[in-house]
Design a protein around this ligand. Structure first.
Ligand code: F6P
Length: 346
């Protein structure tokens, strides 16, 4: 069997570990051949391939990014996109596809599977917002990077009696902010699921200064104030640009929040935007472990002809779930989980 592999959407530490596991087990135990598709769905759409075998996978386990490249190409937004994909898969002699991606990439995989393409999905996103799996790989690395940043910011904030606002990724879900905020001892964590009241945030800032410590406010890029109007992006919209899946580019909430806090409390405030630092570099041991196991189980699904599924972590087991279970609805932070963190606010 000849198997195509692609990685789509925002890159994520651990992608290379998945590719390596898929190829190693596929070659060694199933006798498969592989072809790499470049840059997400653009690869099969435009017939962009690269050789992929055990040789190409040597040394990539601890490397961030993806040797296959990535893009946010949406073939359903391209005229005759689906036909182009099926034609190019046939031309490359590909019998099955392993698609490694998040909500958008696996959303495309879900629709293609319905149209008869033999595809197995592997969930990835630093945002950890895919349903059907307890965790996605890349998330642990992002949380560790954000936590280390918060640890460092505490000392400089205290020395200067300043507020430090830390903006982390998380378009729809506040998982990175919540986990890093708890781990780093933040004075408040603001997430997209729970619109924030700026007056309460300022009260947390004031009470934190009363204890002789300096406040660290962790905010997801997608967080919105309670007074944001319907359909309005509140303080978050940075540019009018929209990608092929209809997402606007977010960012800017950290700066807006810092200046609002400074204006309302009279305390000096600065913002730190972690941005793509959270997605770059070497994956943590946990993410390498999870990504490797996802890869091993994904190629087994291919070998068994179990298509239209996604591998998922449940407890410590890797299971298979229908692709739609992972992509149908996002996994958001519940009010109960958010309440746990609130004990430490202020
Ligand atoms: O898709 C995950 C994510 O990390 C989001 O949290 C963020 O909005 C987005 O990627 C930004 O990615 P890019 O700058 O590559 O478009």
């Amino acid at each position: 069997m000849r198997v195509g592999v692609l990685t789509g959407g925002g890159d994520c530490p651990g992608l290379n570990a998945v590719i390596r596991a898929v190829v190693r087990k596929g070659v060694q135990e199933h006798g498969f051949e592989f072809v790499g598709f470049r840059d997400g769905w653009r690869g099969p759409l435009e017939g962009l391939t690269m050789p992929l075998g055990v040789e190409q996978c040597r040394g990539i386990l601890p490397r961030g990014g993806t040797i296959l490249g990535s893009s946010r190409t949406n073939p359903f937004k391209v005229e005759r996109g689906v036909e182009q994909i099926t034609d190019n898969l046939a031309a490359a002699g590909v019998d099955a596809l392993v698609a490694i991606g998040g909500e958008d990439t696996l959303g495309v995989a879900t629709k293609l599977a319905d149209l008869g393409v033999r595809v197995v999905g592997v969930p990835k996103t630093i945002d950890n917002d895919l349903s059907g799996t307890d965790f996605t790989f890349g998330f642990d690395t992002a949380v560790n990077i954000a936590t280390e940043a918060i640890d460092r910011l505490h000392t400089t904030a205290e020395s200067h009696h300043r507020v430090l606002v830390v903006e982390v990724m998380g378009r729809h879900a506040g998982w990175i902010a919540l986990h890093a905020g708890i781990a780093g001892g933040a004075s408040a964590v603001l997430i997209p699921e729970q619109p924030f009241d700026i007056e309460r945030v300022c009260a947390f800032v004031e009470s934190r200064f009363e204890t002789e410590y300096a406040p660290i406010i962790v905010v997801s890029e997608g967080a919105v104030p309670v007074d944001a109007g319907p359909g309005e992006q509140g303080m978050t919209l940075q540019s009018g640009e929209v990608d092929a899946f209809g997402h606007v580019r977010l960012g800017g909430i950290g700066d807006r929040l810092a200046s609002e806090i400074e204006h309302r409390t009279g305390k000096e405030a600065r913002a730190v935007v972690l941005g793509h630092v959270q997605r770059g570099g070497t994956p943590t041991a946990f993410d390498r472990w999870l990504a490797t196991r996802f890869g091993l189980h994904a190629i087994d699904a291919v070998a068994e002809g179990d298509f239209g599924v996604m591998v998922a972590l449940r407890g410590t087991d890797i299971v298979r779930v229908p692709l739609i279970e992972g992509t149908g609805e996002l996994k958001l932070v519940s009010a109960e989980e958010y309440a746990e963190a609130q004990v430490f606010f202020g």
